[in-house]
Design a binder for this molecule. Structure first.
Ligand code: BES
Ligand code: ZN
Length: 618
């Protein structure tokens, strides 16, 4: 524990109001939201693509809780702050002194603003750094048209502070508005009300009337077209990608309706999507009203729309009911992973949902082999002191979902579905901790039906490594047939041409490629590639797994498409494991380093950071 978080934790024990509020401050933020909270943010910013900066001001409206407080502490990272002004209750503005602490590698710099009284508003004039951790500034060559530049943000988890000085913690929610200036011919979109008819004359205007945590602040600027998908949804994408995107996302309205039937009204007005260039570091990001998506999910056959189901599910789990700090991340992602499968089931039927769930569970088990036991729990017990104790991000998705699935199976849907809907309704627009969920679970399910889960088993799910032995593993009948064929093929008893792949859905290819990884030989992968053109598939989930199995088998004919993939796609879930696989094979290591040397500057700062880390691991 560093000194400042120790002091903050100690303060919390001493001050009665702190324990009464039953929270410890978020260790990844410098904000003292026990003293003051942001209720609204207004941004007035100009995007400069030559300098790679946003310049302007952020105006915070403040709600003072502790009447004796005389400082405002905000989170920043690499922000150049020129001036800070405050407005008192009479509307008069004055300039305020401020200091910036030394930079902390993880948290950035605390900004301390000294106050004579408790202003209603403060305005911070600043400029972002070209290396801002949330922002990626793309050259025209990194876009589809090759003609205009592009910029987008990725604020989750704690990178909003690199483009706006805020209380950067999911414990604080605020409404926001913005006026953004951008070069002519580029469109600006944000996680707010986007007017599809706006022209940008006099700047682009946004309003987000619902209070959101800072990690959901988002902006995208580029040459963007827009297509309506239905009354509540639409898609923004580069002009050359808009048609493919509109085709791929055709089911969106139905998906919103399916989610609503399960968990109640969609509360965010519109559900639009922004398709980013391929360097987007994630599959998707649930920015409210405007999900951000990788173009690698456009397979051409709608086979990867589970990603949309996932980001849409966050409209309940995460955006409506938010993890109070990153320690409780499983409340966002585990719940969302559960809800995703429920949406898939109601859209595409139980067989599809079951296949997806089985692969999710199998991949979870496989991943345990490379996660330290201490990182396999959904969360650690004890105080929230910092990210060093947090769970492995990857495991909380399937494991959290598995816990909910277990409760659902034992209680039955007639009980569990209203229970989960009640969780969302009763905690809507709030930030919540695991203890709050456990309380809710005890009061609303376990008290009446104690046989559903014992305290000891619940404890095991939350705090123990691995997957509890009591967990049920889904077995899809359709995937069982695949097992037989795969085993025979690996043994050389079933020729490649006899694999009955015609009726295979993408998920079946995914499972097949998972299961032959580290088992198939280079010759077998070559045969597979020649028969089915896997190195050139338009389905990135299949391509990724084919490359991975090829690397592990030493099948190197894939180098050309693999390097093209690594040169354009910046999605961490693909590129990090691929570089990792390559560097572990002596014959591939130097080649991989060469590719990365060229590709690095094309990646988002988040991807650079994780690949850098991987490449230097022992
Ligand atoms: N909220 C996450 C992305 C995220 C997580 C960003 C942690 C920063 C820190 C998003 O909803 C997500 O989970 N994306 C997944 C989707 C997949 C599991 C379907 C992704 O990008 O791979
Ligand atoms: Zn998610």
């Amino acid at each position: 524990m560093n000194k400042s978080s120790f002091l903050r934790a100690a303060t919390c024990v001493v001050l009665s109001h702190c324990s009464a509020m039953a929270f410890a401050l978020d260790p990844l933020s410098y904000a003292r939201y026990d003293q003051v909270k942001t209720s609204d943010l207004h941004m007035d910013l100009k995007a400069d693509f030559t300098k790679k900066t946003l310049t302007g001001y952020a105006e915070l409206s403040l709600e003072w809780i502790d009447k004796s407080a005389r400082t405002l502490d905000l989170d920043t990272r690499e922000l150049a702050i020129s001036k800070i002004r405050a407005q008192d209750a009479n509307g008069a503005w004055s300039t305020l002194p401020f200091t910036l602490d030394k930079e902390d590698a993880e948290k950035g710099q605390a900004l301390h603003i000294a106050l004579a009284s408790q202003p209603h508003k403060v305005r911070i004039y600043y400029r972002t750094a070209p290396s801002a951790s949330a922002l990626q500034w793309l050259t025209p060559l990194q876009t589809m048209s090759g003609k205009r530049p592009f910029m987008f943000s990725q604020s989750e988890s704690i990178d909003a502070r690199s483009w706006v000085p805020v209380q950067d913690t999911p414990a604080v929610r605020f409404t926001y508005s913005a006026r953004i200036d951008a070069p002519q011919g580029l469109r600006v979109v944000m996680s707010a009300e986007n007017d599809p008819k706006a022209t940008g004359k006099g700047g682009w205007h946004f309003k987000m009337p619902q209070a959101i945590p800072s990690y959901l602040l988002a902006i995208g600027i580029g040459e963007l077209d827009v297509r309506s998908l239905g009354p509540r949804s639409g898609v923004y994408a580069e002009p050359k990608r808009i048609k493919a995107a509109a085709y791929e996302f055709a089911d969106t309205e139905k998906m919103i309706a399916a989610a609503e039937a399960l968990y109640g009204p969609y509360r965010w007005g519109r559900y639009d999507m922004l398709v980013l260039p391929p360097s987007f570091p994630f599959g998707g990001m649930e920015n409210p009203r405007l999900t951000f998506l990788t173009p690698t999910m456009i397979a051409g056959d709608r086979s990867l729309v589970d990603l949309i189901a996932h980001e849409l599910a966050h409209s309940w789990s995460g955006n409506l009911v938010t993890n109070a700090s990153w320690k409780h991340f499983w409340l966002n992602e585990g719940f969302t992973t559960y809800v995703t499968t429920r949406i898939l089931e109601s859209m595409y039927g139980p067989e599809v949902a079951e296949m997806n769930l089985q692969v999710e569970q199998e991949e979870a088990i496989t991943s345990l082999a490379t996660i330290a036991p201490a990182k396999q729990a959904l969360l650690t017990r004890g105080p929230d002191t910092g990210s060093a104790d947090y769970a492995d991000e990857g495991i909380v998705y399937p494991k959290g979902a598995w816990l909910l699935r277990t409760l659902e199976q034992r209680a039955g849907r007639a009980l569990f579905d209203p229970f989960l809907r009640g969780w969302f309704d009763q905690h809507a627009m709030q930030s919540v901790t695991t203890d709050q969920f456990v309380d809710y679970l005890r009061k609303n399910l376990l008290a009446q039906h104690p046989a559903v889960m014992t305290d000891a088993e619940l404890d095991e799910w939350l705090y123990a490594p691995g997957i509890p032995a009591s967990a049920q593993h889904v077995k899809s009948a359709r995937l069982a047939a695949l097992d037989v064929a795969r085993a025979a093929w690996l043994d050389g008893k079933l020729p490649t041409a006899k694999l009955d792949t015609k009726a295979w859905q993408a998920i079946e290819w995914i499972k097949f490629l998972n299961d032959i990884d580290t088992k198939a030989s280079a010759a077998q992968l070559k045969e597979l590639d020649q028969a089915y053109g896997l190195a050139k598939t338009g389905n990135s989930e299949i391509a990724f797994r084919f490359y991975r199995a090829s690397i592990n088998a030493g099948y190197r004919d894939i180098r050309a498409p693999l390097s093209a993939f690594l040169m354009s796609v910046g999605r961490q879930r693909f590129v990090v494991p691929l570089y990792d696989g390559l560097r572990k094979h002596p014959e591939d290591k130097a080649w991989a380093e060469g590719v990365y040397k060229k590709a690095r500057e094309r990646y988002h700062p988040a991807t650079q950071k994780s690949v850098d880390k991987k490449m230097t691991e022992k």
